[in-house]
Design a protein around this ligand. Structure first.
Ligand code: PMV
Length: 330
């Protein structure tokens, strides 16, 4: 039995603009997704996802091309892509390059998937890392990123891959679309407060909406993206300096631009306003917008005030640590 774990993520700066060639800052969080893998003697893939009440979901290896249950599509698409890339086939002799009977897989998440904290990216990365161990194939981090990114694009059609980079490399990263740049930012823990709106965001729909706006008004939207890029570059420096007041101010500027893109929501705004009114240095949405989580930065002495204010405004505080370790075999 092979056991792999990969961290979830939290977007700090640069969402949406990062889909269009600009940088963002993402941090890996200390809540992990675990994947357990075992080879089988037959040609079946048996999957269990207890967190989503999926029990003993069985398909034949030959059916990897067919549609699967949505709870398991990241795991099975990752397997399909891995088998294709490394020409792993199941069947009768003469045997292909690698022989694979079947697989038994179980996934377990330390964080509820509804928070939007990167369960899909973490499970994709952990599955591929586990397969590389099972089949004795050495994969560099960038190869793991590229195959994971293909998997996400196959399923969602859009995305920058920032969440995969966090799951693979860990830490806090300065990341450019498709992994063109992946640079570690030297910081241990960022004192960020995370508030969940209670509403599930639909990332692909929001990304497509911004794509549409960009098409309709490229000058205006590209200008917003350029402004976001400047904020991200400044935020990288201020995070390294641990200048949290400045980081907060930059969050507010980033949030203004996200509002202009039209991706904020009433619920996010309520929690952001509550944070600022209780003395946070800054606050913004985190991720695609429309729901999921917001983040805030505040003085140490004020952290509890801000958390209480977020809760009073209807948010759920998620306690987590940033800059966690990337994917590991356990
Ligand atoms: O909704 P999330 O947490 O998956 O974040 C999406 C961030 C976007 O920049 C909007 C999309 C992307 O893939 O970078």
């Amino acid at each position: 039995m092979i056991k792999v774990s990969a961290p979830g993520k939290l977007m700090l700066f640069g969402e949406h603009a990062v889909v269009h060639g600009r940088p963002c800052i993402v941090t890996a969080i200390d809540a992990r997704m675990r994947v357990f893998l075992k080879k089988r003697g037959d040609n079946k893939i048996i999957t269990n996802v207890p967190d989503l009440n999926l029990k003993n979901y069985i398909i034949s290896i030959e059916d990897l091309d067919k549609p699967y249950a949505k709870e398991i599509k990241f795991v099975l698409t990752a397997i399909k892509n891995f088998f294709e890339k490394y020409q792993i086939k199941s069947g009768l002799p003469p045997l292909p390059k690698f022989w694979c009977g079947g697989l038994e897989i179980e996934t377990k998440s330390e964080f509820p998937m509804r928070f939007g904290l990167g369960s899909s990216s973490a499970v994709t990365v952990a599955t591929i890392r586990g397969l590389s161990k099972i089949f004795g194939i050495k994969m560099k981090n960038k190869e793991l990123f590229d195959l994971s990114y293909k998997t996400i694009l196959d399923i969602q059609g859009v995305g920058s891959g920032f969440d995969l980079a966090a799951a693979i490399y860990g830490g806090t990263l300065y990341f450019v679309t498709g992994g063109k740049v992946i640079k570690k930012i030297e910081i241990r823990n960022i004192p960020v407060i995370v508030g969940y709106t209670g509403i599930k965001a639909d990332t692909a729909t929001l990304v497509k909406m911004v794509n549409r706006k960009l098409k309709e008004n490229p000058e205006k939207i590209n200008k917003i993206f350029d402004e976001i890029e400047k904020i991200v570059n400044q935020a990288k420096i201020e995070i390294e300096n641990q200048n949290w007041k400045k980081v907060g101010e930059l969050m507010n500027l980033n949030q203004d631009l996200l509002r202009k893109l039209g991706v904020s929501s009433k619920e996010l705004e309520n929690l952001i306003e509550a944070s600022l009114n209780s003395g946070a240095y800054g606050a913004k949405l985190s991720g695609a917008g429309g729901g999921d989580c917001m983040i805030a930065i505040a003085q140490k002495e004020n952290l509890n005030n801000v958390k209480r204010a977020i809760e009073k405004a209807g948010g759920q505080i998620i306690d987590l640590k940033t800059s966690a370790q990337g994917v590991i075999l356990e």
